[in-house]
Structure formats: structure tokens, C-alpha cells
Design a protein around this ligand. Sequence first.
Ligand SMILES: Nc1ncnc2c1ncn2[C@@H]1O[C@H](COP(=O)(O)OP(=O)(O)OP(=O)(O)O)[C@@H](O)[C@H]1O
Ligand SMILES: [Mg+2]
Length: 247
Amino acid sequence: MDEAEQTNTDRISTGIDGLDTLLYGGVPINNQTIVAGGPGSGKTLLSFQILYNNAKKGIPGAFIALEERPNSIIKNVKKTFTSFTDIDELIEKETIVVGGEDITTKVDAGSDSEAYSFGNVVSDIESIVKSNNSKCVVIDSISLMKLMLGNLLLYRKSMVALSANLRRLNVTGFLTIELPSTERTAMTFSPEFFIFDGTIVMYQSWEENKRTLNIEVIKMRGSNHSLSLSPYEITTRGFRVFSVSEL
Ligand SMILES: Nc1ncnc2c1ncn2[C@@H]1O[C@H](COP(=O)(O)OP(=O)(O)OP(=O)(O)O)[C@@H](O)[C@H]1O
Ligand SMILES: [Mg+2]
């Protein structure tokens, strides 16, 4: 029996075969994982698919959109994942709840950091999670919070509080974050990578005019995981992660 089989009940599977292989079966239940990547690397789509795959198994989830309107998230995932024909049905049944506060409107309105209440975002998350008893939560993304909160110490404290709140709510969380660079060689570790339990990074690189996509698990508290860098593809039937067989 391999490690994944021994511990599967303690994990939330992502439902993406190659990624579950990298994670030795999935993410430990109640872990909070950062999904980091450059623009367009697929952070929103990947985290939505993890919710979707779990919702298909009857595990309720919440997608909290902080930078795009919920309707635009739903429209985009349906456009990409054309074979996921039951997204609307899962949303109607509230197995998936897509909600959130569009904090970008506050930026547009010129609000300063005092006007922005981090506590409000946390209580909104709590009420969305409680509305369908979510076990799996995506927050897309936490990047803007850094700007809104103004200073790094306050941001760090808020991220520690966010992590503690998600743990208190008994959810397994995936929090997307934008990286300034798409390349692995330019990767730097910002505070979130230390605060949250897990880090998955999505890279893009260009060789001979072709873009290649790769995914890596940097850390996962409470679990062993693969150290491989694995190519991935985004398809109409979801993500394909080509995990290199372990040595
Ligand atoms: N049908 C498709 N087939 C292949 N790739 C697709 C398809 N639809 C979208 N994509 C890819 O998905 C990317 C967008 O994914 P997503 O919105 O999840 O990225 P993101 O990392 O969240 O971006 P951002 O930083 O802008 O929020 C597009 O840039 C494109 O490369
Ligand atoms: Mg996104």
C-alpha cells in the first residue's frame, strides 16, 4: 500500500490525477494552500476545478471572488471547461457557492486602507462558508489585500488571522496569489509562503516561441509530496498534469 492509499481519508483530493500524484493523494484536510503563479497561469481555473471535482462527489465548496465579479468567474470557467456541463446545476443546488466582495470597486472609488475593513471580508467569507456548510474554499485572490492593507506588518497579521479563521471554520482552503514573474528562476518567497500550510506554484516559460507550463508543490505541512516539476495543460476537460514518475 502506498502513502496515498494509507492516508486518503485525511486528505481532500484535487480530482486532477497528476496533481494528486504530486500531492501523494491530495491536500491534508484543513490545510490552507497558496496557489501562486504569474498572470494567466491558470490559478483561477485550477482552484475552481478543485472545487468542482469535489462538488461532483457531494463535497460542498465556496469560491470567494475578491478581484473579479462572481458572474465573470462563472462565465470564464464555463467557456474554458466546456465539458463541465453541470456547473450551473451544482451552483443552483448550492453545492458550489460563488460569492465575494468585489474589492476592486473600492480601489476605483479611491478608498484608503482605513476605509477597507479586512474584518468585513473575513465575516463575509464566514457567512458564505456557513451558507452551504463548505468543506472546501477558494479565495481568489489575496494579492490585492496586500495593497489595500497598506503596510507589510498589517498584511502579515491579517494573513495569519485569515489562516486561523479558515482553520476554525474547518475548511480546506486554496488561496490564489499573483507572482510578479512567471519564471521559476525568478521565484522569490513572500510572507504568505511561510504563513499558510501549503504552496503550489504554476510557472510559465517560453522556449523557441512556445509557452510551456509547469506546476510544483513547494511545501505541504503534515504531508510528504513529490519534488517534481510537472508540465500541465489547460483543456476543455480540465487540467492535465503530467507527473514525471518518481525515481
Ligand atoms: N480553452 C482553453 N484551452 C487552453 N487554455 C485556456 C483555455 N481557456 C483559458 N485558457 C488559459 O487559461 C488562462 C487563464 O486562466 P486563469 O484565469 O485561471 O489564470 P489566472 O492565473 O487566474 O490569471 P490572472 O492572474 O489574470 O487572474 C489563459 O491565459 C489561457 O492561457
Ligand atoms: Mg485569476
